[in-house]
Design a protein around this ligand. Structure first.
Ligand SMILES: *Cc1c(COP(=O)(O)O)cnc(C)c1O
Length: 354
């Protein structure tokens, strides 16, 4: 950090994304991207829209919001747009957590802590149970003026879904506090909490095209909430980056909603490969959580996670692991193609033998 950086930021740590390697070709299972390209219709739509590139996009993103609204059966006034869901979460932290602070699980998306620290927001980490499931009761004690809540559901890096009823009980516990459900992986799960926005005006559901819609490189996301909250998020958007979604990202997102068959088929592929791969890991002796996402969270009892990850890297396979004490021996493995997963299973069997 230079001597010029404002004192407030000195000593803070930025989020560390998973590696995007350039040194050689790897089987890349470390950042929860889809192994499949986006639909050919998405690629065609991008090419078409580049013709208008001299013009700014529609700052209201009306056609995109209409498609997202129709997809979820809500109104356009229930939708705001982000250049990826990270951008929306950034605004949400600033707009709604500043006064009351926020709580989230001790094992979850690492970015939550980064935003809280960056904006001087008070936060508390609530330990998950021993099996990494959430105890909804930790979030339903409504204290007057108590903290807001952000939950990834399904959670990352555990892959575990909280369950529809647990989420609703947390949202319903205090109508005066904002509850944010980060649904980056919900398409791989069996439910979404999006319909609850019609019943509760304190809920925000954040969604991304990065994982299930094969569009991590394109940067597109959106959120659903009550019209009042959406107005606040639009206030943040127009106060920072009113043209946050490029014409290309917008065209791609719209085409992705239009090509629902392609999207559903790719999600089904990932879910099928995930479940088969989880079984294979268990057969090898791994402890594997019940994943509702496009990744698997596993540890081999008695094996050092860092060493396992390093051995895989030597064999050309990248997975993600974290240094924090509670999960230091766990591996978070993105679900790739069936072929990639079978290469990985062979490599693990070989490493464990040695
Ligand atoms: C990947 C991810 C995001 C961010 O995705 P974007 O690419 O910014 O849309 C947000 N939350 C969780 C839990 C994620 O895993």
């Amino acid at each position: 950090m230079s001597k010029f950086l404002a004192g407030f930021y000195q000593g803070l740590s930025a989020y560390v994304p998973g590696e995007q390697p350039r040194d050689r070709k790897y089987i890349k299972l470390n950042t929860n991207e889809s192994p499949y390209p986006p639909s050919p219709k998405v690629t065609a739509a991008i090419a078409e829209r580049t013709a208008d590139m001299n013009l700014y996009p529609d700052p209201e993103y009306k056609s995109f919001r209409e498609k997202a609204a129709a997809y979820h059966g809500v109104g356009i006034e229930n939708i705001s747009v982000g250049g990826g869901s990270d951008e929306l979460l950034d605004w949400i932290f600033r707009a709604f957590f500043q006064d009351r602070g926020v709580i989230f699980p001790d094992v979850t998306y690492g970015f939550y802590k980064v935003w809280a620290a960056l904006y001087g927001i008070k936060y508390r980490e609530i330990p998950l149970k021993d099996d990494f499931t959430i105890d909804a009761a930790d979030y339903t004690r409504a204290e007057k003026g108590g903290p807001c809540v952000v939950l990834a559901d399904p959670n990352a890096p555990t892959g575990i879904a909280a369950g529809r009823e647990a989420i609703e009980s947390i949202v319903a516990a205090d109508p005066d506090r904002v509850v944010v459900i980060d649904e980056a992986y919900a398409d791989f799960s069996t439910y979404t909490s999006a319909p609850l926005i019609k019943k509760y005006d304190n809920l925000i559901v954040v969604r991304t095209f990065s994982k299930s819609r094969s569009f991590a490189g394109g940067r597109a996301g959106y959120c659903l909430s009550s019209p009042e909250i959406i107005k606040d998020i639009e206030f943040m958007r127009f106060s920072t980056n009113p043209f946050n979604l490029s014409r290309m990202a917008c065209a791609a997102a719209e085409a992705s909603f239009d090509d629902d068959d392609y999207f559903r088929a790719r999600v089904a592929d990932v879910v099928r490969v995930r479940d088969g791969f989880s079984d294979e890991l268990r057969k090898l002796g791994f402890e594997v959580t019940e994943s509702s996402s496009n990744f698997v969270f596993a540890r081999f009892p008695g094996k050092n996670g860092k060493e396992l990850a390093a051995s895989l890297r030597e064999r050309g396979i990248l997975i993600r692991r974290f240094d924090s004490e509670r999960i230091k021996d766990h591996l978070r493995i993105t679900v790739g193609t069936a072929e990639q997963m079978s290469t990985l299973v062979d490599a693990l069997a070989d490493i464990l033998k040695g």
